[in-house]
Write a protein that binds this ligand. Sequence first.
Ligand code: FES
Length: 88
Amino acid sequence: MVFPNRPQGDPVGQDAADDVLPLPGPEGASITVCPDGPLLVRGDVEIVGTDGEPVERRRQTVALCRCGRTSIAPYCDGSHKVRGPRRR
Ligand code: FES
């Protein structure tokens, strides 16, 4: 998960205000949702794993898996492409 400037271990979504108030974040940081694909994270933000520890990051732009099929979690390895387009 990506939570710019959120202290490690700080609960997310516990307060409704967390969902509507913008968090102060690094200038230029962004998250782009790819249709039927990953989340592209650009900028200087910390990525924290499910264990609460920072995830190693080697690039300024990374793709985070949101389909659950990757073998390199939390990053996308392209496995979402075998699933085909999402149906509504
Ligand atoms: S979104 Fe690409 S492998 Fe999951």
